[in-house]
Design a binder for this molecule. Structure first.
Ligand SMILES: Cc1cc2nc3c(=O)[nH]c(=O)nc-3n(C[C@H](O)[C@H](O)[C@H](O)COP(=O)(O)O)c2cc1C
Length: 204
């Protein structure tokens, strides 16, 4: 498929056929993610692929945990997102290494990897949706994955630099997003977009 066609026709897919993917298909998609550009070429993404019973346990963890949390309006979509993960044959959790503490560059690298995977999947006739709603239950997911965040020397250096310069040194969880993946069972319309004029300023 031509790159323009892939970019223009990709849509978030939230309904999937009950048809499994082969391991080769999943690896092709991970490979596309792994070819993304990354800050200092340090490939800050990590992929955790869930299918079958492991995916069911992941979704159950999300559902049970969200029930126990205080509700805020942004959470309204979580049930829907967890249902999508439940029905999709594959869910890929995408994490960042956090060697710099999860500041901007790492998230940018990982986002590039995610977009590569969404485009690759579409080019293979598969559907995806990028799911942020897992972040509300990140602690429970990190426990499930047995991941602990360690303070790194690079992050300590950055914090020190931030204190001296007033630069805001951010911190983010290792968990960035989930990708639901499968054969599409819907053909959504294009979501509205701002025009180029609305999102661009030109400097000459
Ligand atoms: C960072 C990010 C987080 C998102 N999180 C969710 C989510 O949690 N649940 C969901 O159903 N869709 C989620 N989406 C999908 C967006 O709703 C979707 O991309 C947007 O509505 C545009 O539609 P399109 O992808 O079909 O062009 C997310 C997309 C991005 C880029």
């Amino acid at each position: 498929m031509d790159i323009d066609e892939v970019i223009k026709n990709r849509r978030s897919i939230r309904k999937y056929k009950d048809k499994p993917l082969t391991k080769e298909q999943i690896i092709d998609i991970l490979d596309a993610g792994n070819r993304a550009p990354s800050a200092k070429n340090r490939v800050q993404w990590r992929f955790h692929v869930f299918q079958g019973e492991a995916k069911a346990r992941l979704v159950q963890t999300c559902r049970e945990t969200i029930e126990k949390l205080p509700k805020i309006p942004l959470m309204a979509s979580t049930h829907n997102s967890y249902n999508i993960m439940d029905k999709a044959p594959v869910v890929i959790l995408v994490l960042q290494t956090c060697e710099w503490g999860g500041i901007g560059p790492e998230i940018q690298s990982v986002s590039a990897a995610i977009q590569n995977m969404l485009l690759k999947a579409h080019s293979m006739g598969l559907g995806t949706v990028w799911i942020n709603d897992v972040l509300f239950v990140e602690q429970a997911i990190l426990q499930l994955l047995k991941i602990k965040v360690e303070e790194s020397e690079m992050r300590s250096n950055l914090v020190e630099f931030g204190e001296k310069t007033g630069m805001q040194v951010g911190y983010s969880s290792p968990l960035i997003a989930a990708i639901a993946l499968g054969y599409p069972d819907e053909q959504p319309e294009r979501e509205p977009r701002f025009t180029i004029e609305e999102v661009t300023k030109w400097y000459e």
